[in-house]
Design a protein around this ligand. Structure first.
Ligand code: G6P
Length: 611
């Protein structure tokens, strides 16, 4: 979703900003622009990729050491040059970039129009730029106060960066609901909506919280609330490295991230899975373990792939820890007038830690007294900071829009949590937990073994490149994997795909099956094997093309399926960590064959910061 970069210092601002916008491309966007302050504000903006913007700027370079940039993911008004950010006020004194949505923009726009303002775009953002300028001009207030007064009038969410012709050595940023951080260098400062544009210059950052703003100069910065209370904010050190956000020789970030999984799963378990002592150690939730164990219910809330991880979590918690679990779409949670109180525990799962709907669920649950735990990947993200306690997934930056390594890391954390709770409340015997801990510890090697056969999966995927539809079936722990496999395929290849619990096939999807329908059947858990075999027979009887994901020694499934992808044996409850790998690869290779933009699929955003 929209990205913000800004710079003030001694370097050429366009170089820093353009590079930063390229680093933010992974978030998903449809147009890009920059504003550079150099005597006069100059703006360049273009529909399409940052590369297009670069062409325009190269033809007519922009000088100056202060400016702001933006990648826009359209909400109000179609993606075109005019609606792209930055936007200016009536007299073009200010330029502003904005993430989020100004909900009362129409009323403000009408009011400003009655005062003679003329708007060029259909965006809510331009209204805010006009409003700031109107206040600045009419009430004769300074830059800071004008921004504060304007922000007090708007409803909705924003992360903004503003420059002003009259004050070329200052950039003002502010946030309510859309992440922003400030990078601190020597005689220079950086701003960005996430850390990826900043990391190559500095690892010292200040995270803004809601209703805070920063006034940034070359040598100094100041953080205040929007209501003008001066704050003393902590400076954090980023843990991420520049190598982590580069492709390391892979053609796409998605493939790199799929291949990283043996390491990311191992990293996620490091220091937490104490095999020698048959123990799980999750420091982030140790102090609230009693409350979790005694909770009436665990409610898991998340969106997208993280929601699928949550569904796997439900099976894990109910089987291993004997805890009652409900899994909710975070986006729907607050509309259900949720019956949640201090006896409940909510676990939210979010790779980015910034998903607006998930954050809203956190706030709703906290306001009703529940203990809220976060499973996040991005360190220092809003959800990680707002939850009462939590566990980081430590998967490293995930750049491909289609989530891969974040999913397996989330499932790993949920597995660790389930065993830890099961041990604590007596649901798991010593013997059983030893078996589980051993099995979990072996997962990274088993993922590696699957990846060694990626070429076979690649070859097989070629045969299905132009299939118009796909069906994915799974049972038990692998029902959520069926959903995830279908989501991966539709996200990046634009093939229509549906995931179903295998038994549900008979209640509708079976009507679609004919010789053109590939059906991916995840038949890797022993306790559902016979039933999955029946499902394969049912698909075959209607001439559907079965691609099976099965255990190494399952010859019965292999004899029935058109193609079989073998996965190593593991404990049934950890099979999702293995079965999802071939599904990620199938989607990847099909999308590449179809010449799709794998890392930045159309219309999608990595971090969905609007509700
Ligand atoms: C977007 C991304 C998905 C992700 C979902 C939830 O839709 O494209 O890959 O699963 O948001 O994101 P989160 O960061 O909260 O896990």
């Amino acid at each position: 979703m929209c990205g913000i970069v800004g710079y003030i210092g001694h370097r050429k601002a366009t170089d820093v900003i353009i590079k930063g916008l390229q680093r933010l491309e992974y978030r998903g966007y449809d147009s890009a622009g920059v504003a550079i302050v150099n005597g006069k504000i100059r703006i360049e903006k273009q529909k399409g990729k940052v590369a297009q913007l670069v062409k325009v700027i190269s033809a007519n370079p922009m000088q100056g050491s202060s400016g702001i940039g933006h990648t826009r993911w359209a909400t109000h008004g179609e993606p075109n040059d005019v609606n792209a950010h930055p936007h200016t006020g009536q007299k073009k004194k200010f330029a502003l970039v904005h993430n989020g949505i100004i909900e009362n923009y129409d009323a403000i726009r009408k009011n400003l129009e009655s005062k003679g303002h003329v708007f060029e775009s259909q965006t809510d953002t331009e209204v805010l730029a006009h409003l700031i300028e109107e206040i600045y001009e009419i009430s004769d207030t300074d830059f800071i106060t004008s921004v504060q007064l304007a922000l007090n009038e708007v409803d909705g969410t924003f992360g903004i960066a503003v420059v002003n012709n009259d004050d070329p050595d200052t950039i003002i940023v502010a946030r309510r609901g859309s992440p922003l951080l400030l990078g601190i260098g020597e005689g220079e400062h950086f701003i960005a909506s996430d850390a990826s544009p900043i990391i190559e210059y500095t690892n010292k950052v200040v995270y803004l919280d809601d209703d805070e703003m920063a006034i940034i100069n070359r040598d100094s910065y100041e953080v205040r609330t929007i209501k003008n209370v001066t704050l003393n904010k902590a400076v954090h050190e980023l843990e991420m490295s520049i190598e982590q956000i580069e492709k390391a020789g892979f053609p796409h970030f998605m493939l790199k991230e799929i291949y990283e999984q043996p390491d990311t799963i191992a990293d996620c378990m490091r220091g937490r899975l104490v095999v020698s002592e048959n123990r799980i150690q999750l420091g982030g939730i140790a102090h609230v373990l009693d409350r979790i164990v005694n909770a009436d219910r665990i409610i898991i809330a998340a969106c997208g792939t993280s929601w699928h991880a949550g569904l796997v979590g439900e099976y894990l918690f109910e089987y291993l820890a004997k805890k009652k679990v409900e899994v909710e779409y975070a986006s729907e949670f607050r509309y259900q007038n949720p019956l949640i109180d201090e006896k409940d525990v909510m676990i939210v799962i979010s790779q980015s830690g910034e998903t607006a709907d998930t954050l809203a669920a956190v706030r709703e649950a906290k306001s009703k007294g529940a203990l809220v735990l976060g499973i996040c990947n991005v360190v220092g993200s809003t959800i990680a900071r707002e939850t009462d306690a939590g566990v980081y997934t430590h998967a490293g930056p995930e750049i491909g829009v289609a989530s891969t390594k974040a999913f397996t890391a989330q499932v790993t954390v949920l597995s660790l949590m389930a065993i830890m709770i099961g041990q604590k409340n007596g649901a798991l015997s010593e013997k059983k937990s030893a078996k589980l801990i051993k099995a979990l510890n072996e997962i990274p090697e088993k993922v590696k073994a699957i990846l060694e056969h990626a070429d076979d999966i690649k070859k097989m995927s070629e045969l299905f490149t132009y299939a118009p539809n796909f069906l994915y079936l799974g049972r038990s722990y692998n029902f959520p994997v069926a959903l995830e496999g279908a989501l991966k395929l539709k996200e990046i290849s634009y093939i229509h795909a549906e995931g179903y619990p295998a038994a549900e096939m008979k209640h509708g999807p079976i009507a679609l099956i004919d010789q053109h329908m590939p059906v991916v059947v995840i038949a890797a858990t022993d306790h559902t094997n016979d039933k999955m075999i029946s499902n394969i027979e049912e698909v075959r009887a209607r001439k559907g093309r079965v691609i099976a994901i099965a255990n190494e020694n399952n010859s019965e499934v292999a004899n029935l399926a058109e193609y079989t992808i073998r996965i190593p044996e593991t404990h049934d409850c950890f099979t999702p960590l293995l079965t999802v790998i071939p599904l990620q690869l199938i989607s990847y290779y099909i999308a590449v064959n179809r010449k799709c933009d794998v890392d930045q699929p159309r219309n999608l955003a990595k971090s969905v910061t609007v509700e």
